[in-house]
Design a binder for this molecule. Structure first.
Ligand SMILES: [Fe+2]
Length: 215
């Protein structure tokens, strides 16, 4: 297909999708008419990110860094990024501390080295954004079952309650039997791993919706 024909076809396809998406069924607005963004359009408090277990491998004093990769690292590099948002589901939370930790591809956590491997904390920008360059973690046994691959999160800020949570990855066969990932409340935290560009770079998007502190 030549470029001109491709562009015309693509335009028609886009129009077709747009037209279909605006059809109303039984008086209900289609999803396409909702504001963009997962939290926008929801009532205050309705978008709050659900919590998950801290787990036994949390370490305090993780280094302030956005790049968790290092020489000799094995695994699929991925950018884990998103925004930290307030209880109104829209306003960014700046200067929030967002911390992640996860195991390596063998399922092991760094529990004792000075390198704090696969651990990092950073402060959100004025638009609430954060971004970590790391790897997709492996899996470890919890009893007789593997826990699905996951990344732990801890978010604190002066204006919101502490949130401890985890994300999982869409298509992981170990999610259904995991006591935590299989809960309904974890559904929004099972994230797709996206091929972001023509170079095959991987991205996982995860926006964090906080709950206002009571003070
Ligand atoms: Fe874990």
């Amino acid at each position: 297909m030549d470029r001109k024909k491709f562009l015309v076809t693509a335009s028609l396809a886009a129009f077709s999708i747009s037209a279909c998406a605006n059809v109303k069924v039984d008086g209900e607005s289609s999803k396409a008419e909702e504001p963009e963004g997962e939290g926008e359009g929801k009532l205050v408090g309705q978008c709050a990110t659900t919590n998950d277990i801290l787990g036994p491998f949390y370490r305090e004093n993780a280094p302030d860094r956005s790049d968790l990769t290092f020489d000799g690292l094995t695994g699929s590099i991925v950018q884990v990024k998103g925004r930290v948002l307030a209880e109104d589901c829209i306003s960014p939370v700046k200067d929030a501390l967002i911390e992640i930790w996860h195991c390596d591809t063998e399922g092991d956590y760094d529990n004792d080295t000075d390198q704090y491997l696969h651990r990092g904390v950073q402060t959100t920008s004025k638009t609430g954004e954060y971004s970590f360059k790391t790897i997709l973690p492996g899996k470890y046994l919890n009893g007789r079952l593997y826990r699905p691959a996951h990344i732990h999160f801890r978010i604190t800020s002066p204006t919101s309650k502490e949130l401890v949570s985890q994300i999982y990855f869409m298509g992981d066969p170990h999610i259904t039997e995991d006591p935590w990932a299989s809960q309904d409340k974890a559904a929004d935290r099972i994230r797709p791993v996206i091929l972001e560009d023509v170079k095959g770079n991987l991205v996982v998007n995860f926006d964090v919706y906080t709950t206002a502190s009571e003070e």
